[in-house]
Design a protein around this ligand. Structure first.
Ligand code: C2E
Ligand code: MG
Ligand code: MG
Length: 723
C-alpha cells in the first residue's frame, strides 16, 4: 500500500483529534458519573429520611427493601427485616384484610393505587395503626413489585376519635355553651336552644348572664361566679334563668375554664340542665314531709332536726339556745263550740303572728294540735342573758296572742301559756329532754293560771317525777284497796248528829294515813279521780245500806265530795243511780257536796244533771261556799239543799270583821233562797256562838267531832243521836 506522508500526517492529526475528543468525552463522562452519584446519594437520602416508611414487597410477599423511617416505624434493624414476609408486621386480626389487598394488587393486570389502614406490630410487640399507600410497579427486570408507604395513624386517629366523641357529647341532653374568655358565646348546642329558647344565631356573641340571667340573682351573684372561675377554674351550682318567653326556670349549672399550655383561659364551657320540675317535686316532697300542711310551719320532724343541729352548733360555739313551748289556753273549747274551721283559722293566724315575732333565723314549728314551739339560737354565752332574751320574746308572744283575732265573722280573744328552757350542747341534754323540759315549764304556766310563762328549773323536774310516782302509787292503791272513808259528824244546834261527811283517806302501807290534800289534785289531773270517785260513791252507798240496818243510824244523811271532773263525766247520773240501786241504799239519804267551780262549765248540762239526780231524791250541798264565784240567778236555778260556809271564814270569826260579814251574808242568803246553811271547820265555842247568833243551825268541825273511821263513827253517832 502506498501511503503518502501527508496522509499519514492527516491520519495522525485525525487520531490526535479523536484522542482529544475521547479525552473530552471521558471527562464529560466522569462529570456525569459524579453528578449521577450525587443525585443517587441525594435520592437515597430522600428515600431514607422520608417522613413515611417505604417498603418494597416482592410478588411472594417478602420485604425487598425498606427505608430508614420504615425501620424506625417498625422498630427493626434493616438486616432483621429485609427478606422477611411483610405479613409478619401485621396483627393477626388484620392479616386477612392484608392478604385480600395484596392479592388484588399483584394478580390484576391493571391496578389503581390502594389505601388501607392496618394495625401493625413493631419488633417489641407493641402495635400501632398504620395508613398504607400501596402502588404496584411493573419492572422489566425485577417483575412486579409492591411499593408501600406507611404512616403512623395512631395520633391522628386518636384525635379524630376524640373529636367524634366531643361532637356526640356536644349534642347531648344537657345544654352546652362555649364562650370566649370574655364570656361571649361562641357556640351553643341544640339542647341549649331548647332550654333557653334562644337559637344559635340569637345566642352567639351574647354574654350568658346578660342574655338569660334572672333578676332573682343580683350582679354580685354573677360576679362571684366569675371570681370563682378565675381562682378555681370551675363553678357549679343552681341558677335561675329567664327563658326567651319570659318564664323563669332553674338550672343546675357547671362552668369550666379551658386553659392553654401557658395556663391562659381560652374558653369557658357552660353545661346546664333544667331542674325546675325536679326542684319543684323535691320541694313538694320536702314540704309534705317536714311541714305542717295547715300552717306551713315546720312540723315536729323538722323541729327535731333543727333542734339536733342547734345542740351540735351550741356545743361548738358555746352559745345558749332556748326553746319556747307555746300552748293556746282554751283551744279545745273554741273547737267544740265554734267548730273546727274556726279552730283552723285561729291556728293559721297564730302561726303568722308567731312567725312575725321572731328573727328570720329562728324556727317556729307546730307540734300538732294547739302546740307551737319557737327555737332561738345564738343567745350568747351567759345563761342569764339567754334566759332574759327568751323571756322577753315569751312576753312578746303572750301579748301578740292576747290581741283579738278575727275568725271569719266573729272576733275571738285568746291567751296562751308558755314554757321556756335554755340549753347549750355542753350538757348531756337530748333533743327529747329539751322538749320535755319546755313542756313541763308550759304545764307549770298552765297550773299557775295560764296566760303566763314559766322557765324550766330542775325543781320542776323533781316535782313532775314525784307526781308521776304518786300517780303510779295511786293506781296501786286503787288496785290493792288502800283507800278508806272517814266520817265526820254534822250536828244540829243541840249537838245531835244528823248527818256525816265522808272524807277520803289513803291508808298508805309505809306512810300511814295520807290526807286528800296530797292526792286529790294529782288524781284530778291524771284522770284517776274518776275511778277514785266511783270507789267513794260505791263505798258510801254500801255504808248507807249498812247503817239502814241499825236503828240509831238508819236516818243519817251521808255527804260525799264529788269533783267537778267526775260530775261532768257523761254517765255520772247513771253511775249514782246504779250505786244506790246496787246496795239498796235510800236515795234520799245521799247528799253530794259540790264546789262552785263546777258551775263554771256547761251551764245547761249541769242544771239538767242536778235536776235528774234530784228527781231520784239525791240532795246537794254547795261546798266551800264563798270562795268561788256563783251568780245568784244561777244558784236559784239549781235544786240545792244546802250551802256550806267555807272553813276559811269560820276560822276568822268572830275577830275578823270581814269574815264575820261574809258569814252573816251567807246565812242571810240561805234564808232568802230557802236553803239550809252549814258551817264547816267549827273549832271553838266563840265561833259556834257567833254562827248561832247569826241564824246558823247546822255545824261541822273539830268542836263536835273529827273525821273518824267507820266503827268509831257508829259508836259516836249512836251516842249523839236524836233519840
Ligand atoms: P272539804 O270537802 O271542804 O272537807 C272538809 C275538810 O275540812 C276535811 O279535810 C276535814 O277533815 C276538814 N275539817 C273538818 N273539820 C275541821 C276543823 O274543825 N278544822 C279544820 N282545820 N279542818 C276541818 P280533809 O278530809 O283533809 O279533806 C280535804 C278536802 O279533800 C275536802 O274538803 C274535799 O274537798 C276533798 N275530799 C275529801 N274527800 C274527798 C272525796 O271522797 N272526793 C273528793 N272529790 N274530794 C274529797
Ligand atoms: Mg266537803
Ligand atoms: Mg269544804
Amino acid at each position: 500500500m502506498d501511503l503518502s506522508a501527508r496522509s499519514v500526517e492527516d491520519l495522525l492529526q485525525e487520531l490526535r483529534l479523536h484522542q482529544t475528543e475521547l479525552e473530552m468525552q471521558a471527562e464529560e463522562l466522569r462529570v456525569a458519573q459524579v453528578n449521577l452519584e450525587e443525585a443517587r446519594d441525594h435520592y437515597q437520602e430522600l428515600y431514607e429520611f422520608a417522613p413515611g416508611g417505604y417498603v418494597t414487597v416482592t410478588p411472594t410477599g417478602q420485604i425487598e427493601a425498606i427505608n430508614l423511617t420504615g425501620t424506625i416505624l417498625l422498630g427493626y434493624e434493616r438486616s432483621k427485616i429485609v427478606s422477611r414476609r411483610f405479613s409478619k408486621v401485621i396483627t393477626p386480626a388484620h392479616q386477612n384484610r392484608w392478604y385480600r389487598a395484596f392479592m388484588r394488587m399483584m394478580k390484576q393486570a391493571e391496578v389503581d393505587p390502594l389505601e388501607i389502614n392496618l394495625e401493625l406490630i413493631r419488633a417489641d410487640g407493641s402495635t400501632f395503626y398504620g395508613h398504607l399507600n400501596c402502588v404496584r410497579s411493573d419492572d422489566a427486570h425485577r417483575g412486579r413489585l409492591l411499593r408501600i408507604s406507611i404512616s403512623d395513624l395512631s395520633q391522628s386517629r386518636r384525635d379524630e376519635l376524640q373529636s367524634r366523641i366531643a361532637a356526640v357529647a356536644f349534642e347531648s341532653q344537657e345544654g352546652i355553651l362555649i364562650t370566649d374568655p370574655t364570656q361571649r358565646i361562641l357556640r351553643v348546642n341544640l339542647a341549649s336552644t331548647q332550654i333557653t329558647g334562644y337559637t344559635a344565631d340569637e345566642a352567639i356573641g351574647q354574654i350568658p348572664s346578660v342574655l338569660m340571667g334572672s333578676p332573682r340573682q343580683d350582679e354580685i351573684f354573677y360576679r362571684n361566679i366569675t371570681d370563682t372561675l378565675l381562682i378555681r377554674g370551675a363553678w357549679h351550682g343552681e341558677v335561675w334563668n329567664r327563658h326567651k318567653d319570659g318564664s323563669e326556670y332553674l338550672v343546675s349549672l357547671i362552668v369550666t375554664a379551658v386553659k392553654d399550655d401557658d395556663g391562659i383561659v381560652t374558653n369557658f364551657v357552660v353545661t346546664f340542665t333544667d331542674i325546675t320540675f325536679r326542684k319543684q317535686a323535691e320541694e313538694k316532697i320536702e314540704n309534705l314531709a317536714f311541714h305542717d300542711q295547715l300552717t306551713q310551719l315546720p312540723n315536729r320532724r323538722l323541729l327535731l332536726d333543727r333542734l339536733k343541729h342547734a345542740l351540735a352548733v351550741s356545743a361548738r360555739n358555746r352559745q345558749f339556745c332556748a326553746l319556747l313551748f307555746i300552748d293556746l289556753d282554751s283551744f279545745k273549747t273554741l273547737n267544740d263550740t265554734q267548730g273546727h274551721d274556726s279552730g283552723d283559722l285561729l291556728l293559721q293566724q297564730v302561726a303568722a303572728r308567731l312567725s312575725a315575732c321572731v328573727r328570720a333565723s329562728d324556727t317556729v314549728a307546730r307540734l300538732g294540735g294547739d302546740e307551737f314551739v319557737v327555737l332561738l339560737e345564738g343567745l350568747g354565752k351567759q345563761l342569764s342573758d339567754a334566759s332574759d332574751e327568751a323571756q322577753a320574746l315569751g312576753r312578746k308572744v303572750l301579748a301578740t296572742l292576747h290581741e283579738p283575732f278575727q275568725l271569719g265573722s266573729f272576733p275571738y280573744v285568746n291567751t296562751g301559756s308558755i314554757g321556756i328552757t335554755c340549753f347549750s350542747g355542753d350538757r348531756l341534754d337530748t333533743v327529747e329532754e329539751i322538749l320535755k323540759q319546755a313542756d313541763l315549764a308550759m304545764y307549770q304556766a298552765k297550773t299557775d293560771g295560764r296566760n303566763t310563762l314559766r322557765v324550766f328549773d330542775t325543781g320542776m323536774q323533781a316535782r313532775v317525777s314525784q307526781r308521776a310516782t304518786l300517780e303510779a302509787e295511786l293506781q296501786t292503791a286503787l288496785r290493792e284497796d288502800q283507800f278508806r272513808l272517814f266520817y265526820q259528824p254534822q250536828v244540829t244546834e243541840t249537838g245531835q248528829v244528823y248527818a256525816a261527811e265522808a272524807l277520803l283517806r289513803w291508808q298508805h302501807p309505809q306512810r300511814g294515813l295520807v290526807l286528800p290534800a296530797e292526792f286529790i289534785a294529782p288524781a284530778e289531773e291524771s284522770g284517776l279521780i274518776l275511778q277514785l270517785g266511783s270507789w267513794v260513791l260505791d263505798s258510801a252507798c254500801a255504808q248507807l245500806a249498812h247503817w239502814a240496818t241499825q236503828p240509831s243510824m238508819k236516818d243519817l244523811i251521808l255527804s260525799i265530795n264529788v269533783s267537778a271532773r267526775q260530775f261532768h263525766y257523761p254517765d255520772f247520773v247513771d253511775q249514782v243511780h246504779a250505786a244506790l240501786d246496787q246496795h239498796g241504799a235510800n236515795l234520799c239519804l245521799l247528799k253530794l257536796e259540790l264546789t262552785e267551780s263546777l258551775l263554771l262549765k256547761d251551764v245547761e248540762g249541769t242544771i239538767a244533771k242536778f235536776k235528774a239526780l234530784r228527781s231520784y231524791g239525791v240532795r246537794f250541798s254547795l261546798d266551800d261556799f264563798g270562795t268561788g264565784y256563783s251568780s245568784l240567778s244561777y244558784l236559784r236555778q239549781l235544786p240545792l239543799d244546802q250551802l256550806k260556809i267555807d272553813k276559811s271564814f269560820v276560822r276568822d270569826i268572830p275577830d275578823d270583821a270581814n269574815a264575820c260579814s261574809v258569814v252573816a251574808t251567807i246565812l242571810a242568803l240561805g234564808k232568802t233562797l230557802n236553803l239550809k246553811v252549814i258551817a264547816e271547820g267549827v273549832e271553838t265555842l266563840e265561833q259556834r256562838n257567833f254562827l248561832t247568833a247569826n241564824g246558823c243551825r247546822y255545824f261541822q268541825g273539830y268542836l263536835f267531832g273529827r273525821p273518824m273511821a267507820s266503827e268509831e263513827f257508829t259508836t259516836f253517832a249512836s251516842a249523839n243521836s236524836e233519840r
